[in-house]
Ligand binder design. Sequence first.
Ligand code: UD1
Ligand code: MG
Length: 468
Amino acid sequence: MSDSFGCVVLAAGKGTRLKLKDPKPLVPLMGRRLVDYSIESLKKFMDANSSKGAVSLVIGHEKEKVQAHAEESAKKFDVQISFSVQEKQLGTAHALKCYFEQNSDAAGYEYTVIMCADTPLISSDVLIELFSALKKDSLDGVAATFETVDPTGLGRIIRSDKEGFKITEHKDANSEELLIKEVNSGMYIVKTSYILEHLSNIKSENAAGEFYLTDLFQEGSKVKPCLFEDENTFLGVNDLEQLERIEVLLRRRKKIELRNSGVRFIDSRHVYVDEDVQIGEGSTLYPNATLYGNSIIGKDCVLETGVIIKNSEVQDGTTIKAYSSLEESFVGKEAAIGPYARLRPKANIGSYSKIGNFVEIKKSDLKEGVKVSHLSYVGDAEIGEDSNIGCGFITCNYDGAKKHKTIIGKGCFIGSDSQMIAPVTLGDECYVASGSTINQDIPSGGFGIARGRQSTKEGMAKRFIKKK
Ligand code: UD1
Ligand code: MG
């Protein structure tokens, strides 16, 4: 039978030092929220053990907001989630007590995995390694530890010649203990039966007057520290400097993953890619390409310098040229967008299309092979296959109160400097003369012209040309 895990994330604290408006578990990071990283790692850890289990958050500060987000996150990562409330933050052991008191399933899991919500670099691999250390020596509990040059504020690992070890908090450490560089990460895997036996004996007689979870680990018990080499793994988000450092490391990790899967960076130091962005093999990213949220980029795409893509999809073989911005948009395959194009939400650009410089498109469907090559605004429109829109085209979609639609059929040719006063519909293969302001429908095959007739007066120019 596979092992079962109750996974607890301690997330009741306030995170005051961050000075951000969001509660700490909801700090935005890489297009996600901080707590999502712990939820994802725990889910992957359980999957790796093909085990039954659930994630449970201990919440307190701004609990409604944290719970609402974590419920969404659990759906995304397909994991069962529950919550317990710690009204007053009386310490980490008290937080765990709240978990056991408020979750009827908690005592039934063979092991309890405990981590904090603010250590996003802890991957499932670290959890797997920690668990195998416990299994190897048939222990009751393990704590992940690391060595650091500056252990200020962290719990010191007091190893013993006999079985067991203990952790002394910085505030309680004597001068000798303060010199110890091996510290507690705050991540533990412990047999649930062991916790239930010892948790209620933990007292708050210490410098902080808090119930320390670290007091679970005692000399004479079957518990061990498990030393990890890379201290960065356990970096926690406590202030803005740490948050920035962690973000740099997470971004680097994401780019390594992408490079390993065949994405080329011209200079990856200046490319920003959020955690959940997908990019296909053979695509190339130039400096300052920035990809946010749930964007999906196909294979063999080129994203040139300064491109910004938010929650959009770009299909195989498409080039997004320099300084173009896409938001909640879709671009089909082998299209060319930009330079300096702006696709606003619900711009839907068909395959083989061409959108050129200084073109803005909003809430419009452009079918395959449409060309809007220069200086245009397309809003609330539908444009049929292979239509060509000349330079300086404008859909006049807004009458001051409502938005109206412009519909242009297949294979049309719209001359430069034309405006469509919506609502207006053009059939297939229409031709609109340059400089026309169209406010009436044109049937398929029709020609539309709406501009003042030209008159030419020979020799009259000198009346108007001014000389200094
Ligand atoms: C804790 C450890 C310390 C370790 C350090 C690593 C204890 C006593 N000490 O200290 O050995 O080196 O983490 O970062 O555990 N929380 C609650 N309820 C509470 C208190 C805390 O939910 O009543 C949550 C916090 O939101 C946070 C986590 O538990 O996510 C850790 O709490 P924190 O106050 O940061 O503990 P440290 O003093 O850093
Ligand atoms: Mg801390």
